[in-house]
Design a protein around this ligand. Structure first.
Ligand SMILES: Nc1nc2[nH]c(I)nc2c(=O)[nH]1
Length: 269
């Protein structure tokens, strides 16, 4: 399916939000979160789950690329009575489904009434001080996908795209939180050491395969954005020895409880 023949993405997002409203009975989800590698445990700490819907039952969403990786849309009642929408069905750009599919989650969140979008991911770190398991606030991004999630004369300002206000709020929970510039590569391959050095020269502190396109779409939809990365590995060439995949997974698992509590406290602010 080419982008030009698909249904209008905003109509599809509205359909998805209507199904969500129907299935959850929740009129408005004030906050939406996409939980990337290592962040999955946060959902249970946010509040009481009102409903959890298999993503493929909601228009525009499909089964997760990786079995067992979420694959649901979850409505959670927060202690203050508002509701959070946890989107456990992120489409990565590298899946080749097009930028509309990548942006569908944040557009659905906006159509469901969200004011805030929290985007999290697992990534590679360029700062040797950020050992695997370190959470880092995203201060800005480099979109190295050479694509935009927006179409047509949609000239959107991206100043303060990763809200300074929300970063400061996050630091009232954990003053030690560092921040950095996140570079989205197309993937699915990892970077070569030379590409990591290129990203470093360009000003990146983190390298990943998600988030930047979603953030642009979220800004266009009028959401205030907080981005957080979990460094699960040193980016290629940064540390002498290549981390084994098992060490990467272990770093994510070990950091899970701490970063999940952090995220739940930030949402509770
Ligand atoms: N591009 C990129 N994406 C990642 N995701 C994870 I987890 N680690 C990496 C990494 O080192 N590079």
């Amino acid at each position: 399916m080419t982008e030009t023949t698909a249904q209008d993405p905003f109509e599809l997002a509205q359909q998805a939000a209507d199904v969500l409203r129907e299935r959850t009975g929740v009129a408005r989800h004030k906050i939406a979160l996409t939980l990337g590698s290592g962040w999955g445990g946060a959902a249970d700490l946010l509040g009481e789950t009102v409903a959890e819907i298999p993503a493929h039952e909601v228009p525009g969403f499909s089964k997760p690329a990786l079995e067992g990786h979420g694959g649901t849309l979850r409505s959670i009642r927060l202690p203050d009575g508002e509701h959070a929408l946890v989107i456990g069905a992120r489409t990565h750009f590298y899946e080749g489904k097009g930028v509309r599919a990548v942006s569908h989650g944040v557009r659905t969140a906006a159509a469901a009434g969200a004011q805030y979008m929290i985007l999290t991911n697992g990534c590679g770190g360029l700062n040797p001080d950020w050992v695997p398991g370190t959470p880092v606030l995203i201060s800005d991004h480099l979109n190295l996908t050479a694509r935009s999630p927006l179409e047509g004369a949609t000239f959107v300002d991206l100043t303060d795209l990763y809200s300074q206000r929300l970063r400061e709020l996050a630091r009232t929970v954990d003053p030690s939180l560092d921040e950095g510039v996140y570079a989205q590569f197309p993937g699915p391959h990892y970077e070569t050491p030379a590409e990591v050095q290129m990203a470093k020269v360009l000003g990146a502190d983190l390298v990943g395969m998600s988030t930047a396109l979603e953030a642009i779409a979220a800004r266009q939809a009028g959401l205030e954005i907080l981005g957080m990365s979990l460094v699960t590995n040193a980016a290629a060439g940064i540390s002498p020895e290549a981390l084994s995949h098992e060490e990467v997974l272990e770093a994510g698992r070990a950091a899970g409880p701490r970063i999940s509590r952090l995220l739940a406290e930030i949402v509770g602010k």
